[in-house]
Design a protein around this ligand. Structure first.
Ligand SMILES: C[S@@+](CC[C@H](N)C(=O)[O-])C[C@H]1O[C@@H](n2cnc3c(N)ncnc32)[C@H](O)[C@@H]1O
Length: 219
């Protein structure tokens, strides 16, 4: 998916996620919805001692196994909603371009679970489709129906892909209710100079495509 979506993801989303990562030296990390494991490998490159990649797709995990030689990474086939880690045992949780597939109840439950896995002072970095995008799925590419939270069906390489729209207030509220403090927020969009070189990215100055949040458990 990431390869097919190259451009937006590689140019805007991944750099924003990497910018928000904490110091990972010696860290225990979990990647929810790890796909082919590219972010797991990046965490190891940055010094993580143990990384658990979680994804429900056998196909993606096959790819992940083929592409990963780093012994620090373990893959587990599970939905984020079903994965369990020991309380206070994880330094960093990441999740890149996954959480918009969860219902709002699933999202809240996962953020609550993440808060319980994090050690005091640990942090979570997530990227997701921006609510300004998920609001309008299935409609014209202008912001519409922002108040209508819930599942929306769209075409994403194939018809009938369901993504879930939550407002920014609901997303941030889920972190707050879980006892996490949001410490950084990014809305990566292409600069004017980048659009000059890559006119295909101009559309992402009209509507922010991605929301990236970092939140922390109190020390
Ligand atoms: C757009 S890909 C992103 C993969 C990877 N995080 C990356 O950035 O390269 C979305 C991934 O989310 C996984 N996924 C979908 N629903 C999920 C869920 N409920 N829990 C965990 N992963 C899920 C898919 O199998 C897929 O690998």
């Amino acid at each position: 998916m990431r390869e097919e979506g190259a451009g937006l993801n590689e140019t805007l989303e991944r750099p924003a996620v990497l910018r928000l990562l904490p110091d990972l030296r010696g860290a225990r990390a979990v990647d929810l919805g790890c796909g082919d494991g590219s972010l797991c490998r990046e965490l190891v490159d940055r010094g993580a001692a143990e990384v658990t990649g979680v994804d429900p797709s056998a196909r993606m995990l096959d790819l992940a196994h083929q592409r990963t030689s780093e012994g620090q990474v373990t893959y587990i086939q599970a939905f984020a909603e079903d994965f369990v880690a020991r309380a206070s045992s994880v330094d960093t949780v990441v999740s890149s371009l996954v959480l918009h597939y969860l219902s709002s109840d699933g999202f809240k439950a996962v953020i609550r679970a993440v808060a319980s896995w994090l050690r005091p002072g640990g942090s979570v970095v997530v990227s997701m489709e921006h609510p300004a995008k998920t609001a309008s799925l299935g409609a014209e590419p202008t912001l519409r129906n922002y108040a209508d939270e819930g599942p929306k069906s769209t075409h994403w390489f194939t018809d009938g892909v369901v993504k879930h729209h939550s407002t920014l207030a609901t997303i941030c509220g889920s972190f707050h209710e879980a006892g996490l403090t949001i410490t950084q927020v990014l809305e990566p969009m292409p600069t004017v100079a980048l659009v000059r070189a890559r006119p295909d990215l101009a559309v992402h100055r009209q509507t922010p495509p991605i929301l990236v949040l970092k939140a922390q458990r109190g020390a």
